[in-house]
Design a protein around this ligand. Structure first.
Ligand code: 4AD
Ligand code: MG
Length: 463
């Protein structure tokens, strides 16, 4: 079998040589003397034109090829006389792996809506849009690891099945082997008897690896986790998924101001990596979806992030002329419209909001001396709103115990977590970046469902 060359690896150094390509046909055009096939193997945006001469021995079969077919082409790479493409291939031999009945193939030449493409999420990957999205997603995942590995962080795999609700929001998917089709075993009080369940207790899919990764930070110093997380929120928005990936660094001997710096450096590194590697994909997405795409990415890489306290932000919002759907009041969570106003209109750069009211944030956040706010931070990006959520952690044992009591959270469930404050407690901080939110931001896609392979949202878990 010939060695296969990826389209992304073609260069002028290969001109004149015989190469072997394998991929799927995007378009087919026949004339009397030639067949023109556009082949794409997923490695680049543009694909390549293959010219099959009617003199080829099995031309009759080649001329019957249709869009979507999988083929191998062996031929000579030549400079293309045509505009808009550097090379083309003069085919010497074409092997047909799998034909694709043209009239049935769901991806016809006319443009399809993104909504329609979601229904064929297994085939949408063969379009220019999703080629660009998933190549960029790959680069972002790689850049996440490069950023932390270059800085000496340890990559930790935190569990998917957990007993604790980190965020205390109650949006949990329960995991059980008890059958819903059969009568549940009950306790004397008439409650489900979990001693009969697989783990002998109720367990859930994780909403965050944070509590586990804190244990690692309190042993290894600088760590991060990057894995799937699950939220059973009934949010049908363009920014929410029921299954999404999250990157959570956790750093010992680190206070909130250092964490803000880490988050800004991290986000800029991710954007720069995409600008460096994906000019062709970004140009395509810019043309299709957002004329400001590259300018926005470059602007963020070169801007200072603006740090503002929640209290100050509330003042700004209350004094603004902008009509908001939801009223702004100290103590209430900000809505996406408020977040976007701050970053897009008021400051015109990414905003880091800090020191949120204690009562709208999770139990583990460090109490500020004012007794009503905590050392939390949210990073707000244009178009997306909240892209990162994080905080300094409460490292004082008594304060943390008091907070658990106030929130009616059972202390015995958090025994191991309290141990981290009992034995050699240190100031430590961390944040979570929603991976799909950053992919969405970089690609300019309007809907988060279009940046994850097979989206899971309320009412949909197909494929
Ligand atoms: O703000 P969140 O809920 O914070 C945490 O989970 C902390 N435990 C993180 C930490 O401090 N280690 O979520 C973090 C980020 C959000 O800023 C958002 O980008 C993303 O995760 N996110 C979602 N992304 C897609 N769909 C959802 N339903 C999301 N919920 C949160
Ligand atoms: Mg949050």
């Amino acid at each position: 079998m010939s060695q296969r060359t990826r389209l992304a690896a073609l260069s002028s150094a290969l001109v004149g040589q015989e190469i072997c390509l394998r991929g799927w046909l995007r378009t087919v055009r026949n004339s009397k003397k030639f067949s023109f096939l556009n082949l794409n193997d997923g490695s680049t945006q543009s694909g390549i034109q293959i010219i099959a001469d009617a003199e080829l021995p099995d031309y009759e079969e080649i001329a019957k090829l249709t869009t979507g077919s999988a083929v191998e082409v062996i031929g000579q790479l030549v400079e293309s006389p045509g505009k808009g493409q550097a090379f083309e291939v003069q085919a010497q031999q074409i092997r047909i792996y799998g034909r694709s009945p043209g009239e049935d193939y769901p991806l016809q030449k006319k443009g399809h809506t993104l909504e329609f493409l979601r229904e064929i999420a297994h085939l949408r990957l063969r379009t220019n849009t999703f080629g660009a999205v998933f190549r960029i997603r790959n680069t972002l995942a790689d850049a996440v690891h490069r950023f932390f590995q270059e800085r000496g962080f340890l990559y930790i795999h935190t569990p998917i099945i957990t007993a604790s609700d980190t965020e205390g929001a109650g949006a949990l998917f329960q995991v059980t082997t008890l059958s819903l089709d059969q009568r549940l075993p009950l306790t004397a009080q008439g409650k489900p008897d979990y001693s009969a369940d697989f783990f002998g207790r109720p367990v859930f899919l994780t909403v965050s690896g944070q509590l586990n990764v804190e244990a690692f930070a309190c042993s290894f110093g600088d760590v991060y986790t990057f894995g799937p997380t699950f939220r059973a929120e009934n949010s049908n928005t363009s920014r929410h998924l029921a299954e999404f990936w999250m990157i959570e660094p956790e750093v010992a001997f680190c206070e909130l101001s250092d964490l803000v710096q880490l988050a800004a450096d991290f986000l800029k590194f991710l954007l720069s990596s995409c600008l460096e590697r994906h000019s062709e994909d970004l140009a395509f997405l810019q043309k299709m979806y957002d004329p400001e795409l590259c300018a926005t990415l470059e602007h963020i890489v070169s801007s200072e992030f603006q740090t503002v306290s929640y209290t100050e932000a509330v003042d700004i919002l209350q004094q603004s002329e902008q009509p908001f759907e939801f009223a702004v009041e100290w103590g209430a969570d900000l809505q996406s419209e408020h977040e976007r106003y701050l970053t897009e209109q008021h400051y015109g750069c990414p905003v880091v909001l800090i020191d949120y009211p204690r009562d709208i944030k999770s139990f583990y956040m460090k109490q500020n001396p004012d007794d009503r706010t905590v050392a939390a931070m949210d990073v707000l990006f244009p178009r997306i709103g909240e892209i990162i959520g994080g905080s300094q952690r409460e490292d004082n044992l008594e304060q943390l115990q008091k907070r658990l009591r106030e929130l009616d959270l059972p202390e015995e469930e958090y025994g191991w977590y309290l141990d981290l404050r009992r034995y050699g407690s240190v100031p430590h901080s961390g944040f979570g970046l929603g991976f799909e939110r950053i992919v969405q931001f970089v690609t300019g896609m309007k809907n988060i469902r279009d940046v994850i392979p097979f989206p899971r949202v309320p009412g949909h878990a197909d494929f």
